[in-house]
Design a protein around this ligand. Structure first.
Ligand code: GUN
Length: 275
C-alpha cells in the first residue's frame, strides 16, 4: 500500500513560516481574471482566501471575455508601474481570441509571480531557477519533503503546457531525472508510464492512469482536477493505483494546496528582491 503524499500537511508547514514572514509587511498581489471559467473562479478564490489569511492585499481585476487584449495589457502596464503591487498574476486559460503569450509577456518579469514570462521561463531552461511556475515547483517540493530521490530516475509527465509540463520537465532535468513528456499525439501512453519511476499526470482526464499502467513501486503524482458528479476527481484511479505504487498524491489534498503555498512563496521571493 502506497504512502500518501500529503500536500495539505506539507503546504500548511510552508504557509505557517510564510505567515510569520508576511506578518509585518505590506504586500499586494494583483490578479487578473478574464471571462467566466468555473475552474478559474475556484482557483482564484482559493488564492484570495490564502492571501487574506496571511494579511496580503489581494486585488482582483475582472474583464469580460470580449474586453479585448489591449484593455488587459493596458491594465498590466499600469500594475507594472504601481510600486504597491509586488506580484501580478493572470489566471489561465484566457479566452481563445486573446493572445496569451502577448498578455503574459506584458508583465514585468520582476513581478511575474507565476514565472510564465519568456524571461523567467528562459532562465529556467538555462538552469537558473528564479521565479518558477507554482504547480511545477510545488510537485518538486512535495517529493523532496518525502525524500524521494530524482537522480537518474525515469520521469513521465503527461502535460505539454508551459504552465505545468514544460517547467516541470526542466526542474526534473535539473535534479538529474530522465524526462519524457507525453501529450495528445503520444502513441501507447501505457508503454511510457509502465517503465516510469515517477508518473506525473496533468491531463484533466479522470481515470486516465489505471493500475495496469503503473510500474510496481513507482511514484504517482496526480495534478488533474475534474468535477465529476459533484466530486473532484484526479487523472488517476487512486483506489486501485495505491496498491501498486510506493507513493501517491490524493485529489484533493495533493498538488493543489502545494500550488497555493508556492504562489505565496514566490511572492516572498519577489518581496525580498524589491522590499
Ligand atoms: N490556471 C490553472 N492553474 C494556474 C496557475 O497556477 N496559474 C495561473 N496563472 N493560471 C492557472
Amino acid at each position: 500500500m502506497a504512502e500518501i503524499l500529503d500536500g495539505t500537511n506539507v503546504s500548511e508547514e510552508i504557509i505557517h513560516e510564510l505567515k510569520e514572514y508576511f506578518s509585518d509587511k505590506k504586500t499586494k498581489l494583483a490578479t487578473i481574471l478574464v471571462g467566466n471559467n468555473y475552474s478559474s473562479e475556484v482557483y482564484v478564490n482559493m488564492k484570495k482566501r490564502k492571501c487574506e489569511e496571511l494579511g496580503i492585499d489581494f486585488e482582483l481585476i475582472r474583464f469580460t471575455e470580449n474586453a479585448g487584449e489591449e484593455a488587459v495589457i493596458n491594465k498590466i502596464n499600469s500594475l507594472n508601474l504601481d510600486s504597491n503591487v509586488k506580484g501580478i498574476l493572470v489566471q489561465l486559460p484566457l479566452p481563445k481570441m486573446m493572445n496569451t503569450k502577448k498578455i503574459l509577456n506584458s508583465i514585468n518579469p520582476k513581478k511575474d509571480i507565476d514565472g510564465l514570462t519568456a524571461e523567467n521561463l528562459g532562465l529556467l531552461i538555462m538552469g537558473e531557477e528564479r521565479i518558477i511556475s507554482c504547480t511545477a515547483k510545488g510537485i518538486i517540493r512535495l517529493m523532496e519533503k518525502y525524500n524521494i530521490s530524482l537522480k537518474g530516475k525515469k520521469a513521465v509527465i503527461i502535460n505539454n503546457s508551459f504552465l505545468v509540463g514544460r517547467p516541470l520537465c526542466q526542474l526534473l532535468l535539473n535534479k538529474g531525472a530522465t524526462v519524457t513528456i507525453c501529450h495528445e499525439l503520444t502513441k501507447n501512453l501505457k508503454e511510457h508510464t509502465l517503465s516510469a519511476d515517477i508518473v506525473i499526470s496533468a491531463a484533466g482526464i479522470p481515470f486516465l492512469i489505471k493500475e495496469d499502467m503503473i510500474k510496481s513501486g513507482s511514484v504517482i503524482i496526480d495534478v488533474g482536477i475534474t468535477k465529476k458528479e459533484g466530486k473532484l476527481t484526479g487523472d488517476v484511479d487512486f483506489d486501485r493505483a495505491k496498491n501498486r505504487c510506493s507513493y501517491i498524491t490524493p485529489v484533493p489534498g495533493g498538488v493543489g494546496p502545494m500550488t497555493i503555498a508556492m504562489l505565496i512563496e514566490n511572492l516572498r521571493i519577489i518581496n525580498e528582491r524589491t522590499p
